[in-house]
Structure formats: C-alpha cells, structure tokens
Design a protein around this ligand. Structure first.
Ligand code: SAM
Length: 336
C-alpha cells in the first residue's frame, strides 16, 4: 500500500476521527474497543470480551485504570526504553500507535521534549484520558489524538520520524500488511519502536498464597490456553516480521521487570485491578478451590486480601525492537 492510500480524510469508509479538540464527542460506549491489553489481555474477540466484562464501556474504564497504573508503576522502565532507542537525530514528529492513555506518548515527550506526538487509538475514552493528562503535564500543544481503528484504513498521520507501538502489535490478526503500512508512513530513515510484554505480569511469590500455593500461575495457564487462539502473535518474535516489511533491524532488547512494594506504593491496587480482570477471564475454568482462594485474595474486606499483603511485586518481561526504514526506500510491496 502506498502513502496515497493513507491520505483519505473524508471517505465515509474511513474509521477514524481527529479528536484533538472534540471533548463534546465523547460518548460512553459509542465505540467498542474490540481489543485487549497485552499486559492484561484476555482475548480480542467478542466472545472473549464477554468473558471479561459484558459491558464494553465498563471494560474500557477498567482497562484505562490498568493502563494508568501500569504507566505509573513502570515509568522507570519506559524511560529506560526511550533512552535506549537508537535515534540518529531527535525526532520532531512521532506517532504512538495504540496509544492507550499515553504511557508511551509521555515517556517519548520526556525523552524528546521538542517533539510533537500524534496518539492513535480505537478507544475514545482512552484518548480523552490522554488529553486530560497532556493538559495536566502542560504539553497539550504537543499532543494530537486521533481516534481510529488501525485494522481499517489508516488516517493521515503525516510522515513521522518515529513510530512507537507498545503492547499493541500482538492485537493484529495479520501484522504483515500493517507493518508495511508503518514502513510506508515512516519518513525515510525513520525509526519504528516495538514494545511487547511476554505475558501478563505476576504479583505473588511462586509459593503464595499460603492457603493455595501456585494459584496465580494456574490462573495464567487457564488464561493463556483460553486466549491463545485469539491472539496468535502474542509473544511473537517481531524481528523477522519487521524485516519482511522492508525495515532494517537496528536493535533488540529484553527487559526484566521486578518492582517491589518498597519502590511503588500502588502495587497492591495494580495487582488487584489486574487480577480482577484475570478472574473474569478464567473463573469458569478454575477448580472450585482455586476460585474460592482467588476470591479471598480479591475480597478487600478479607484478612487474606491482596491489599493486606506485603510480599507483592510486579514481575514481567518486556521485549523491545527498533527498526528503521531505509533512507532510500520506496513504498513496500507484498500481497499479504
Ligand atoms: C495494551 S493497550 C496499550 C496502550 C499503550 N500503548 C501502552 O503501552 O500503555 C492496547 C491499546 O491498543 C488499542 N487498540 C487495540 N486495537 C486497536 C485497533 N485496531 N486500532 C486502534 N487501537 C487499537 C486499545 O484501545 C488499547 O488502548
């Protein structure tokens, strides 16, 4: 696909709207975010959504909370990723694909304070939150938000020197054409940064809780099995896929995350929010004793509540790829 194909802005078939200044357009549940979070993903098809929460607006609200907690708890890791990016010159125009509530957008603005970021997401609620945060941080004039389903025709995103896609690419049913689109939209020599998590974060020690050791891992086994079919690219090696799209791999890095409660006071709330979502995804397949133990952990009035524990930590892995569009490349080609 060529750049020309991205530049339609008035077609009735184009599933996007520039929502930079359209607060009034914000209607709860108007659009359905039909995808799930890599870090907290529990599938991306309607059946899977229903298993998590039957009300899409409520589900967006829960995901928003998780994304904000994630950004807060893992801010240092985001900063270390942006610091590592192999940039030749500071980018002035950046696009954040599947931006959510802006964890990447704001980490990038911290790293590249002169840049302007276009944040693109299918969730109007997430984008509203992102704009709110941009105002709070005093960078509203450097942030534009665009509501778009990126599996449909793309909005006009200009020709950015950097594209950032964090915890997003694995949602795509067919990343090949998507990555070629990224190649074509990037300025020649521009950089794509891909960040993916190996799976959902863990919070409890392996032998916890004492009344049902190994519970958390068993929940993840159910969740992984249940949704593997819906998210075939979860945990993929993106290197070969980036190369196949005509990009040149410029770096790859794995980051092990282990943030204890001493470093972040919000970990209890973060664990509670994520594990509530996990429960919704696995409850019908858990053995009765595991479900009862999980409910105990999630009951904030219980003496066994997660919020009363002092041994929680966020344990996860992030995998980062940086790939460049060759300085002299034309539009990419391919059939799939
Ligand atoms: C896991 S969240 C990641 C958010 C953000 N990049 C971060 O790292 O915090 C995935 C985001 O992708 C968005 N998303 C999923 N499918 C999408 C699509 N087809 N088009 C646009 N956005 C999409 C979701 O709304 C969600 O905000």
């Amino acid at each position: 696909m060529t750049n020309a194909a991205h530049s339609h802005t008035s077609s009735p078939h184009v599933a996007h709207r520039d929502v930079a200044h359209q607060e009034a357009d914000h209607r709860d549940g108007e659009r359905q975010d039909v995808h799930q979070d890599a870090r907290h993903d529990v599938g991306h098809q309607d059946a899977a959504r229903q298993a998590v929460h039957p009300d899409p607006a409520r589900q967006d609200a829960v995901q928003r909370e998780v994304l904000d907690l994630d950004a807060e708890v893992l801010a240092d890791h985001a900063a270390s990723i942006t610091a590592w990016l192999p940039v030749e010159a500071d980018p002035r125009r950046i696009v954040d694909l599947g931006s959510g509530t802006g964890a990447g957008t704001f980490a990038l603005l911290d790293r590249f304070p002169e840049a302007h970021v276009t944040a693109v997401d299918a969730s109007v609620d997430h984008l509203a939150r992102l704009r709110e945060k941009a105002r709070e941080k005093g960078v509203a004039d450097q942030v534009r938000t665009v509501e778009a389903d990126l599996t449909a025709e793309w909005p006009d995103l200009g020709q950015p020197q950097m594209i950032w896609a964090s915890a997003f690419l694995h949602h795509l049913p067919n990343p090949g054409p998507f990555l070629r689109q990224v190649h074509d939209v990037l300025a020649p020599g521009g950089l794509l940064a891909v960040v993916e998590m190996s799976g959902l974060p863990r919070f409890l020690p392996a032998d916890a809780p004492e009344f049902r050791p190994g519970l958390e891992e068993r929940c993840h086994e159910v969740s992984d099995r249940r949704f593997a079919a819906h998210l075939p690219y979860r945990g993929a090696d993106w290197g070969p896929l980036l190369t196949a799209a005509g990009l040149i791999l410029g770096g790859e890095r794995k980051i092990t995350i282990n943030v204890g409660m001493d470093r972040s006071p919000t970990i209890g709330r973060y664990a509670l929010t994520v594990m509530r979502r996990l429960r919704a995804a696995v409850a019908d397949q858990l053995p009765e004793e595991d479900l009862a133990a999980l409910d105990d952990l999630l009951d904030t009035d219980s003496p066994r509540s997660l919020l009363r524990r002092t041994d929680l930590a966020v344990r996860a892995e992030r995998h980062v790829w940086a790939a460049r569009r060759p300085a002299a490349s034309g539009p990419s080609r391919g059939d799939n």
